[in-house]
Design a protein around this ligand. Structure first.
Ligand SMILES: [Ca+2]
Length: 339
């Protein structure tokens, strides 16, 4: 069913109210589906060539990642102490305003986004099949990024996204694009219920927005970035985002043109990796409309000139039943504090 699914999923224009221009696909205009197959195939081919060339030079792994074990819910988790925390930012996009202060109880959160290797362990242990892998009128496939040759209308994301009926976490860019040698990369093409299923298998939950943002700030409540006031302190890239003219060319000046393995950039003040950039992450808090959840943190597609959402306060709506190649998740465990 993919034509109907694509049409419905790309037709959430009303949900854009309150959310400003984004590189993300869930709110795409309905006319996206009329993108011709020939043009789409051409754009995808160009993107695939560019990505394969760049990935050869990038590392396959940056962290030692423990095998996930439901009997050890604390493994791989970092304690975030209880306290007051700032939520939001007045300096960027309307949906992040106003800044407010909230109290967050202590909790544990994954040091990094859930990886392909971890999700594979879950799928093997449980036989779980994700929404993108299921055949049906409301399931199957996901959104794939493919840079356009030109952009006439910056509110029309058809120039850089297309619906790919064969995309799933096992092949995030569709048929022919598997995850061999990508066990340490964040799992993507994950719908909300897929993320929740993994979390529950581990005895975990998904974070609320306030929990996620408190964790992402790493103790720097007054800073726009997870590491401080400047996007690139001393010229150093602190997160995987986009450099170059979006959506035409990602120069990969930060070391990665496209997705990076988890943990390749410095951790924040709490010891958490990639809270911003690399992949957006699901939270369990609802957006303003039924069927949408808040996603946080920006992705490898965030450019300073167009999106600039590799920041703790950044937030967008994500369709619960949809998946993309720039959206993953991490889990929380609301167990006892460390001794
Ligand atoms: Ca990058």
């Amino acid at each position: 069913m993919t034509a109907d699914r694509a049409g419905r999923l790309w037709n959430h224009r009303s949900a854009r109210r309150g959310a400003s221009a984004t590189e993300s696909p869930p709110m795409a205009p309905a006319r996206f589906k009329r993108l011709t197959p020939v043009l789409a195939a051409g754009l995808l081919a160009l993107a695939a060539v560019a990505c394969s060339e760049r990935r050869d030079a990038a590392p396959d792994t940056c962290l030692d990642i423990a095998r996930p074990d439901p009997s050890a819910p604390q493994a791989g988790m970092v304690w975030i102490p209880p306290g007051e925390t700032r939520i939001g930012d007045d300096g960027f996009f309307p949906e992040e305003r106003p800044v407010r202060t909230v109290h967050v109880e202590g909790f544990w959160i994954s040091a990094h986004a859930v990886t392909n290797g971890e999700f594979a362990r879950f799928a093997e242990a449980t036989g779980y099949v994700t929404l993108a892998e299921r055949e049906g009128p409301d399931t199957g496939g996901g959104a794939v990024f493919g840079p356009g040759l030109h952009v006439r209308d910056w509110s029309d994301i058809r120039a850089w996204w297309r619906f790919e009926p064969t995309a799933s976490w096992r092949q995030p860019r569709g048929a022919g694009g598997g995850i061999d040698a990508r066990a340490a990369f964040p799992v993507v093409q994950i719908a909300y219920e897929d993320a929740l299923a993994y979390a529950r298998w581990r005895g975990h939950d998904l974070p609320g927005e306030a929990e996620w943002e408190r964790a992402a700030r790493g103790g720097l409540d007054d800073a726009p970035y997870a590491w401080g006031a400047q996007p690139r302190p001393d010229g150093v890239y602190m997160a995987n985002h986009w450099q170059g003219a979006f959506p035409f060319e990602d120069s990969g000046a930060d070391g990665f043109a496209g997705l990076a393995p988890v943990g390749c950039f410095p951790p924040n003040g709490y010891g958490l990796y990639d809270m911003t950039g690399n992949v957006w992450e699901w939270t369990k808090d609802r957006w303003e409309r039924e069927g949408l959840r808040i996603i946080k943190g920006g992705s490898f597609l965030c450019s300073d000139t167009y999106c600039h959402r590799y920041r703790p306060a950044a937030r967008q709506p994500g369709d619960e039943t949809f998946s993309t190649e720039h959206l993953g998740f991490r889990t929380v465990w609301r167990g006892p504090p460390p001794p």
